[in-house]
Design a protein around this ligand. Structure first.
Ligand SMILES: Nc1ncnc2c1ncn2[C@@H]1O[C@H](COP(=O)(O)OP(=O)(O)OP(=O)(O)O)[C@@H](O)[C@H]1O
Length: 624
């Protein structure tokens, strides 16, 4: 009966002293319960005795709870030994399936908590009370899969792998058993990681380890946990394993910043240059080649984190050489080439090889950070699959939300997923940004989109001299995107200069509206409307009513933002209250930003009025 309910034990059931404030970091750091002091769950779980304490604590809380908990707790106690129970509960606690919820007193500053409820997610019931797996069957299925994956492979690792399958245990190089099939999770993970490695290598394919982990365990990170063990036991160098089973994007976020596009070009030029150097040097050829190589090296230098200054040295040498060649000091130039340039080119070649290897190893390679908002960071990244540079928005990790907002970040995960799904599945318009790749199976959550040339904010700052016509061309496209949204019965609710992206095209910039994290489908009950009372939006561009309460946002909120954006585009100034400078379409701006009653009531009304003034101004200009 309670399979489908979330169990809740309210304040009076928790056994914690209700009026005591407990300090908490990720999980309670210090917790005084029933007269006993407990450390944070995470820390506690790391110590065997602590684990027992915390598990007893959870069970006790459950037992002291409402009546319906008792059969459940009794069943799990009968079914599992303490050791097994610890494992199960540990996973459930760390995954947040069993949650001890505390009332957050001061979410933004100190993290002080009052215990409020302990609750059990229905998944916990499934995990704990579901039929216990038939391990014999599981093991035989695993063996079949491993054998199937490596059939026909000539890999030397295959022999070891098949021995591990046959002996039902994994031994290290010195013959010691490291894991056997009784630790089924680890055993299965290692076998499959190695088997997939062999299989993919054989077929010349690469896959993110996360995808496979999800297929095997329905958990995107589980295989990563055993990645090092798998590599070590099978004798595969870790970076070799990672060149086939690609790591997550976040592990590449700290990789050297590498712009990939000139790599092939540079490689070709360096080969050409080396050939010329080895043969009879002809001055004009060498000059052309040096010029081209110099251009690419400049590019590389700009973005490569070149600690050894190899490229830098090369460029300095290049300058000396070029001077000598141009000034006809040919003998000196030849000496420079032989003494300095040749070894320098060799080092450069090595660097390029490193870059080449690197770019094969990641799903995406972060090149630089573009900026961050309240819940995500945007990076310029290289996508090795499509060989192009795109933008990637990565949701902050839970620990960030914990630190900054004092919560687990569920709200932001939902918001992020909703943004991506909305953009990917529902919205299609030339003035709305499109999603290319996405990763929503587990943290880190991210999606890629075309890289914009600028945000509107940057464009306005850098294009002070742009004509009014250019500005109006941009604004018309913003209206077109918002109109489409409203026709689709959605509101953006966060229209602001950093969310309007501009893409340089031959016929002028193309606008794409981005950042749909706050977008609302008016027919759905918004999660945020229900739970969050925090104000949303960027102050100068947001309808004042929405700033205090997101629930109050309607299509009129977007119309307010359009007025503010028009003012910003025309004046280059932020629309701060009572500090307006006169602009051409003053009437439109003022009416769009007026009180809700006096505002344009629909986007069409706004557009028609704007077009009317546009025509009048045009005619007036024509006459004068
Ligand atoms: N596709 C893109 N190309 C280039 N820059 C982008 C792209 N998408 C976003 N940006 C820039 O990245 C920065 C961060 O964007 P993000 O959407 O995370 O936050 P925000 O809009 O600044 O704030 P918030 O989400 O809190 O409203 C912004 O300056 C934005 O202009």
């Amino acid at each position: 009966m309670f399979q489908h309910a979330i169990f809740k034990i309210d304040e009076h059931h928790v056994g914690l002293e209700v009026n005591t404030v407990y300090k908490e970091y990720r999980y309670p750091v210090e917790m005084l319960a029933c007269g006993q002091k407990y450390d944070g769950i995470e820390t506690t779980l790391n110590k065997p005795h602590g684990k027992k304490i915390i598990m007893e604590f959870v069970i006790n809380l459950l037992l002291k709870g409402p009546k319906q908990y008792k059969p459940f707790v009794n069943q799990i106690l009968q079914r599992y030994t303490w050791l097994e129970l610890n494992d199960v509960l540990e996973i459930l606690l760390l995954d947040g399936v069993i949650q001890i919820i505390f009332k957050n007193q001061n979410p933004r500053k100190m993290v002080n908590w009052l215990p409020k409820t302990i609750q059990l997610d229905p998944r916990a019931m499934g995990n704990l009370l579901g039929n216990s797996p038939d391990y014999k069957l599981e093991l035989s299925k695993l063996k079949d899969t491993v054998v199937r994956l490596v059939t026909g492979s000539q890999s030397s690792i295959r022999k070891n792998l098949l021995r591990w399958v046959e002996e039902e245990e994994i031994k290290n190089q010195s013959g010691t058993v490291v894991v056997d099939c009784k630790s089924f999770k680890k055993y299965k993970s290692i076998l499959l990681t190695v088997a997939y490695y062999i299989h993919l290598k054989e077929t010349g394919r690469k896959l993110p380890l996360r995808y496979i982990s999800n297929q095997v365990w329905n958990k995107p990170k589980l295989l990563s946990l055993y990645k090092n063990d798998s590599a070590l036991l099978a004798g595969i160098p870790l970076n070799e394993l990672e060149s086939v089973l690609l790591p997550d994007i976040n592990s590449s976020l700290y990789a050297p910043l590498i712009l990939i596009s000139p790599v092939e070009k540079l490689q070709k030029l360096i080969t050409e240059l080396s050939d010329i150097l080895e043969s009879d040097i002809k001055k004009p050829e060498l000059l052309i080649c040096l010029n081209k190589t110099d251009y690419c090296t400049q590019n590389i230098l700009e973005i490569i984190a070149d600690d050894n200054s190899v490229t830098d040295n090369y460029l300095k040498l290049y300058d000396v050489l070029k001077n000598d060649l141009v000034e006809g000091n040919y003998r000196k130039a030849r000496l420079t080439i032989i003494n300095d340039l040749e070894p320098s080119i060799k080092v450069l070649k090595k660097q390029l090889l490193k870059i080449e290897r690197m770019r094969q190893q990641f799903e995406l390679i972060a090149l630089e950070e573009i900026g961050s908002g309240s819940f995500a960071r945007v990076y310029k990244v290289f996508d090795p699959e499509y060989k192009k540079i795109v933008a990637c928005k990565v949701l902050f990790p839970r620990s960030h939300f914990k630190q900054v907002y004092g919560n687990d970040g569920d709200e932001y995960i939902i918001r992020f997923k909703r943004e991506v799904k909305l953009l990917n599945e529902k919205l299609q318009h030339n003035n709305i940004v499109e999603v290319e790749k996405l990763q929503l199976e587990g943290a880190p959550f991210w999606f890629t989109m075309p890289l914009a040339s600028y945000s509107l904010e940057k464009w306005v700052k850098e294009n002070g001299g742009a004509s009014e016509e250019q500005r109006i061309q941009i604004f018309k496209q913003i209206i077109s995107g918002v109109k489409y949204l409203h026709e689709e019965n959605r509101y953006h609710r966060d229209l602001a200069p950093n969310n309007i992206l501009l893409y340089d095209m031959d016929n002028g910039p193309v606008v794409k509206i981005a950042d749909f994290g706050l977008a609302k489908d008016p027919e759905s009950m918004s999660f945020f409307t229900g739970l969050s009372k925090r104000g949303y939006g960027q102050e100068n561009f947001t309808d004042p009513e929405q700033l205090n309460n997101l629930a109050k946002s309607t299509n009129l909120s977007d119309i307010y933002s359009l007025g503010a954006l028009l003012y910003y585009l025309l004046s280059g100034k932020l629309p701060k209250k009572r500090k307006y400078v006169p602009v051409t379409y003053q009437n439109v701006v003022m009416r769009a930003m007026d009180t809700r009653k006096n505002r344009y009531q629909t986007i069409c009304e706004f557009e028609n009025d704007f077009n009317k003034y546009l025509k009048q101004t045009g005619e007036l200009r024509h006459i004068t």
